[in-house]
Design a protein around this ligand. Structure first.
Ligand SMILES: Cc1ncc(COP(=O)(O)O)c(C=O)c1O
Length: 325
């Protein structure tokens, strides 16, 4: 039956339209003040992480520039979330996709990617342990990925060196935060994997207001952006803290770093669940732990608004033994 012409429908035409425009939530129960922690709910993207944004940008750009032909194959090396995001985009746009991922990354991510029609090649670890993925492990997954790209001629997304990764946050995450806060951001804190999120968002926020303080969150003992030697390469922050300064990182937009221990990340991951009703992953716990540290540091006005990111859902992880105790 046809609807009257004045009736507006609310129907999205594909999952791509569900990417971005995530809600900004005040964590007022976890942090009742003074000041506020405002968290971008990136686990609400269709691939359940912040990496959907860069996935869409990088694939759209490759299609527009002719690097990726209609129906062409795609290859990426991932810690899982980029793979899930790319699998969403490739399913909708009709590109076969293969992802290589370290076996140290949670198996849930491989299950998720394969449920979206992607092929996930899990690469044995050379250094870390399950749940703790090091730079050497990522390099091993990259070696395998490059071999596959060479053999198949697939388009290699290359998230660590693809400028469209940070561009997705400069044009999306940053402007959304600016709009959602009514143009009031005292500080922004975020973990760094490829640095796409931090680089793009901090650049936009600093352009709008150079007084916005932007802090990188690093796992303690693996703090290359702070300029420290790596003493603890194993940590719980899958998808970030790889022990090197990523190529997309820009020091110009950073005011400092905040270090977070595994125990603090776990503590705040748990608190986000118990106080706010949100089941999120480890880097989300790290981000909120860091936001609390910054609010407690005295570096900000008492009533400061600190914006951070809930990067992904807790459903993407196998619980580690510490969590079960
Ligand atoms: C759970 C999680 N948190 C944070 C990040 C870091 O994001 P970015 O690569 O934009 O620095 C990632 C990246 O994969 C991730 O998977």
């Amino acid at each position: 039956m046809a609807q009257p012409s004045e009736v507006k429908t609310e129907i999205y035409s594909s999952a791509l339209e569900l990417i971005g425009n995530t809600p900004l939530l005040a964590l007022d129960r976890l942090w009742p003040g003074p000041g506020r922690i405002l968290a971008k709910c990136e686990f609400m993207n269709p691939g359940a992480s912040i990496k959907d944004r860069s996935s869409l940008y990088m694939i759209q750009n490759a299609r527009e520039s002719g690097q990726l032909q209609p129906g062409g194959s795609v290859l990426e090396v991932t810690s899982g979330n980029q793979g899930c995001g790319l699998a969403v985009v490739c399913a909708v746009l009709g590109h076969p996709i293969t992802l290589t991922m370290s076996k140290g990354n949670s198996v849930q991510r491989a299950i998720h990617m394969e449920a979206l029609g992607a092929k996930c090649v899990r690469v044995p670890q050379v250094e870390g342990t399950y749940g703790n993925v090091t730079l050497a492990d990522v390099q091993q997954a990259e070696k395998k990925g490059l071999e596959i790209a060479e053999e198949t001629g697939a388009f290699y997304v290359n998230q660590f060196n693809n400028g469209m990764n940070s561009a997705s946050h400069y044009h999306g995450t940053g402007p959304e935060i600016w709009r959602q806060t009514g143009q009031r951001v005292d500080a922004f804190v975020a973990t760094v994997g490829t640095a796409g999120t931090f680089a793009g968002t901090s650049k936009f926020l600093k352009e709008k207001n150079p007084d916005t303080l932007c802090y990188v969150v690093e796992p303690s003992g693996s703090e290359p952006i702070k300029g420290e030697p790596i003493t603890k390469p194993l940590h719980l922050l899958q998808g970030s803290g790889y022990g090197c300064v990523p190529n997309l990182f820009e020091f110009d937009h950073m005011d400092g770093t905040l270090s977070v221990t595994d125990e603090e990340s776990l503590q705040y991951k748990k608190l986000i669940g118990e106080k706010e009703g949100l089941y999120v992953g480890y880097t989300s716990g790290a981000n909120v732990a860091a936001a609390v540290k910054l609010l407690e540091s005295g570096k900000l006005p008492k009533d400061a608004w600190v914006v951070t990111i809930l990067n992904d859902t807790g459903l993407k992880y196998t619980p580690v033994p510490e969590e079960l105790t």
